[in-house]
Design a protein around this ligand. Sequence first.
Ligand code: URA
Ligand code: SF4
Length: 210
Amino acid sequence: MAKALQRSAAEFLPEKLDYRSLVAAASGCEGCDLYKNATQTVFGEGDINSHVMFVGEVPGDEEDLRGHPFVGPAGRLMENALAEVGIDRIKIYLTNSVKHFKWKPRGKRRIHEKPSAREILACDPWLRSELKLVEPQILVALGATAAQSLFGKDFRVTQMRGKWIDSPLAEKAIATIHPSAILRTPDDLREQAYRDFVADLATVSAAMAG
Ligand code: URA
Ligand code: SF4
């Protein structure tokens, strides 16, 4: 009962679940309050026919301004890591669990804030539509937010990362850390965190080749 009364993206879904309709409909989404302080909806992008889908958390400052996912510092780090294992980012589909930037002011800067469980749930209809559209054979969750929305709230990325897991959502599903977490890792540990991330992506790359 309470659930039915909760706002979500569901009421903004288009009739036709093709990519263009989804992007157009999501641009007007008011399924939670995050649209109010964000510049625009940042929908998933990439090759919808690749059957490979990567899911992050939420767009950041640059993504919000430019309207594209993973084009800021975390995105650049990921692009480099993907290139190391031979994955071209335009050949996969990249999206986020939540489609609007969440932030708080600090001086003149906009500081990333973690979306709440309620916001993640509100935005979930977009993610489910993208799953239907892409029908991933390989599904990659980047960080705990994505992993928990895809694989359940008890999922622990630190324990399960880099291993294929059973999921009804894709033949092959896997989680790794979020590239932003690497950027936040202390200097002396960052290189190792990056190498571990690349190793997880190499597992994905091998599955794409196989
Ligand atoms: N972090 C994310 O999870 N997604 C983006 O698009 C950028 C940073
Ligand atoms: Fe809609 Fe998601 Fe944006 Fe909330 S974050 S307004 S549910 S697109």
